[in-house]
Structures are given as C-alpha cells and as structure tokens.
Write a protein that binds this ligand. Structure first.
Ligand SMILES: [Mn+2]
Length: 320
C-alpha cells in the first residue's frame, strides 16, 4: 500500500508543510489538523495550508485551527510536503506550483480516482476518509493520540461518511470511531455542529435553491441550481451549498441527484450523488473526479446549456 518507509523519510526532514484541497470539507480539515499535531509530537516544524479559508461552520467550534490560506515558501530549508485528501494536484488550486517546488511530495488520500501525483503515494480507497488513514499512521508511528487529535479525526470520519450512514462506512471506520469516543469525543456535539446547525441566511438560500428543483421525465434524475448572485444576496460562502444536493438525491424514485453552481466567471461546478450507479464516470468524463456515489466536475459554458448537457450524460449513464 505504501511505497516508502515513512518513519525513515520523516527522519530526513525537520520542516514539513501539509496541504489540503480547495473548498475544504471536514475530512480535509480534520485530517490535516490531526496529522499536523502528530508531526509536531515527532518534533517537526509543521505548517498547514489550504487554498481556501476554513468555512465558519468548522472554524466556529474546532479548537486551534492553524491552517493558512496564504502560502509562504520556506527559506533554504529542506521541506517535505504532504497533500491530504486530494485526488489530483489541481485540487490544490493556486498552491499547486508551491507544492511542486518543495523537496518531496507525499500524497495521502482515499479517492479511487487518485492519480498518484506524489513522489510517494499512500492511497487507500477502502478508507472512508483520509482521517482513517491518518489514524492508522498515528498508530503505526506510535504517536500519542490526544483528545484534541481524536476530535479532529472524528470530524474527518463523521464528515465523509455523512455521520456514519454512507456506504463507505465499514467495520474499520466504526472501530476507529469507537477508539476516538474512548478519548472523550462527544458524537452529539460534532453532529450538531457539522450536520444540524445552519444559519438563517443559509436556510434562506436553501429555500431559493429548492425552488429550482427539477426532475426528468423518468423520475430518476433530480437537480437543483444556485448562482453566485444568490450567494452574494445572502452573504454566504459557496461552502454553504455543501449537502443541498442530497435533497435532490433523496427523492423517492430518484437514482441520481445533481447540483449546479453557476459562477460569475462562466464556470459551472457540478456535483453528483447517486443511490447505486457510478457517477464518478460521468464526472471523470467531464474532467472531474470523485467516488462511485459522490463526484463532481467543473464545466464552462452557458448555464442552461451546461445543465442540459450534463443531465443528458446522466440519462445515458442510467439507461446504459
Ligand atoms: Mn475525504
């Protein structure tokens, strides 16, 4: 699974930079924070980076979030880079060039579509979250798992499994979650913060998005959309849209839910969620990636044309 002796590699570097993906989710944030603490325990100088700011939903309750959205390169110090939860380098957006300038890059991820872009790659699609892989590394390296690290990892696991209810939830995931609870993590608190609480402005945005809900004539595809103007109206970040797609997918009889986010730059970010079929194939054919039942891509073009083209591709997938 791993093509290098990690412990020996870590001994070579005093300074480590950990990167995670744009529009960070709970797994990106939680696994980065936990891995950062683990490396610090090993005596490393660690800095954490993400090309976007951490959504308020997470920063409002997670302790000691020291992830920077601005990159400052090291001065003549050999630096090892980790990329966490990124299926490819594009996920690092404008930080991609910075990462490639560092001495070595270690890719840790759980996406089946990972293109193994690192000098070293630890990619395990059987892991429900990157946080699951980080937990195992912490155990293998015999690093002390603190309560704080446990909270970070629990957030990673809960987030990527939709609170342990998606299909990626395995006995291993539950076993690790149990170990994290033993360290004092409160599952109800994490669940309230990640899944239940929502701001009034976000609810207003959801109401408007639901008005856009449409279904194809077979009743097997449902979709919704939002545009950047709507977000500006309610002064909410695009990260607030996370999860809205499930309203489309959850409709009885629907196989695939699609969410379109039309940006002012003319790009449409498309999210796919399915109950059974492999939507990553559609996302991949449009230059994106993801998992079998949760995937995404970015498409340029007129909003209506993009929606029509994408829905047609999903129709072909379902009927094919
Ligand atoms: Mn993940």
């Amino acid at each position: 699974m791993i093509d290098v002796d990690l412990e020996a590699l870590l001994q070579e570097y005093e300074q480590i930079h950990v990167f995670t993906h744009v529009r960070p989710d709970g797994d990106a944030i939680g696994s980065s924070l936990a891995w950062g603490k683990a490396l610090e325990q090993m005596g490393k100088k660690v800095r954490l980076f993400c090309p976007d700011d951490i959504p308020i939903k997470y920063s409002s309750f997670i302790p000691d979030i020291n992830i920077s959205s601005v990159y400052s390169p090291p001065e003549n110090t050999p630096t090892l880079a980790f990329a966490l939860d990124c299926s490819d380098l594009e996920r690092l957006d404008y930080m991609k060039e910075d990462v490639l300038r560092l001495d070595k890059l270690f890719n840790i991820d759980h996406h089946g579509t990972n293109v193994k872009f690192g000098d070293y790659n630890l990619v395990d699609p059987s892991a429900a979250a990157t946080g699951e892989i980080i937990y195992r590394l912490i155990e293998d390296l015999q690093i002390e798992l603190t309560t704080e690290m446990s909270l970070y990892l629990y957030i990673a696991l809960a987030s990527d499994t939709g609170s342990f209810k998606y299909e990626n939830t395995t006995p291993q995931t539950m076993y690790i979650a149990g170990k994290l609870l033993e360290k004092g993590v409160s599952p109800s608190f994490v669940s309230l913060k990640i899944f239940d609480e929502i701001s009034f402005s976000s609810f207003s945005l959801l109401r408007d998005c639901l008005q856009s809900l449409k279904m194809d004539k077979t009743g097997r595809i449902a979709w919704m959309s939002a545009d950047e103007g709507m977000l500006a109206r309610y002064r909410v970040a695009s990260s607030e849209l996370e999860g809205y797609i499930n309203y489309a997918k959850n409709i009885i009889g629907v196989e695939v839910g699609v969410f379109f986010y039309h940006t002012l730059s003319g790009e449409t970010r498309v999210g796919f969620r399915s109950k059974n079929v492999d939507v990553s194939s559609v996302a991949f054919s449009l230059g994106g990636g993801g998992h079998l039942r949760a995937a995404g891509c970015s498409v340029a073009g007129k909003p209506e044309e993009v929606e029509e083209m994408v829905i047609q591709k999903v129709s072909q997938l379902i009927s094919g």
